[in-house]
Design a protein around this ligand. Structure first.
Ligand code: GLP
Length: 244
């Protein structure tokens, strides 16, 4: 695995967007794995600028998002569907029929989760997946204890995740308690993965992900076994890494 310590958020966002631009310039029909959270916003902003400058197009791209809160309709301002469209998708030329974001309001999740996996496989798998990381070491919503062999599934959110995400809601009690998420194994199937993290509240999770044992207590640790993964970190997020 590659670890790049960036000067600051701007630098990290530039390197992350460059990975997407390289991917799209070598394959305009790439399949992209997209993430929510505040961390990738700068990367998405760079991609919008690059699209507007005429350097890249998303016209033939297919995208798959990692996760969604259960119970939030797509027009809820805190739904990940809404977030992705506001922050990124509405501002580039991606075709809506090739945008896949897990639904938070399905009746039969047994069928739906398999349907989502099938769509990823039908598209040929994910070429480039961007990830953030939870302060408890989760990737997507694969909370501590999630099997590393997991596929798209429904999960209960940890107290820490609910606390972390309460800042986006009017009150903590408004944060959904469950989510649909790609599994760890779904993410590991991506051909190339980039993970972004900034700030001291991610430092322990980053240490465990990169230098801890591989196991379900820190699901990001599974990435140690991926053949093409790069962590882009600011100094604060990298502060607890020890030299090896
Ligand atoms: C949520 C998302 C994750 C994301 C994490 C970190 O829990 N499900 O995919 O990585 O938040 O978010 P932030 O980037 O805002 O710290």
């Amino acid at each position: 695995m590659n670890v790049v310590i960036c000067d600051d958020y701007q630098h990290m966002s530039t390197l992350a967007s460059r990975a997407f631009i390289d991917c799209l310039q070598s394959n305009p029909r790439a399949v992209l794995g997209l993430a929510t959270g505040s961390t990738p916003i700068g990367c998405y902003k760079n991609l919008i600028d690059s699209y507007k400058a005429g350097n890249i197009s998303f016209a033939e791209v297919t995208s798959f998002n990692l996760d969604e809160y259960i119970g939030l309709h797509r027009d809820h301002p805190q739904s990940y569907y809404y977030f992705m469209h506001q922050q990124f998708l509405n501002q580039v030329d991606i075709q809506s029929q090739r945008v896949f974001i897990p639904s938070g309001v399905e009746e039969n999740y047994g069928v739906y989760c398999q349907w989502y996996e099938d769509r990823i496989n039908e598209a040929g798998g994910i070429d480039l997946q961007i990830l953030g990381i939870g302060s408890d070491g989760h990737i997507a919503f694969n909370e501590p204890g999630t099997a590393l062999g997991s596929r798209t599934h429904i999960t209960d959110l940890d107290h820490q995740t609910i606390d972390d995400n309460a800042r986006f809601f009017d009150s903590k009690s408004d944060v959904p308690k469950r989510a649909i998420t790609m599994g760890v194994a779904t993410i590991m199937d991506a051909k190339k993965i980039i993970l972004l993290a900034t700030g001291e509240n991610k430092a322990a999770a980053i240490r465990d992900a990169i230098q801890g044992p591989v196991g379900s207590e820190c699901t990001a640790s599974a990435l140690q076994q991926h053949p093409n993964v790069t962590f882009y970190l600011d100094k604060a997020a990298a502060a607890l890494l020890h030299n090896e």
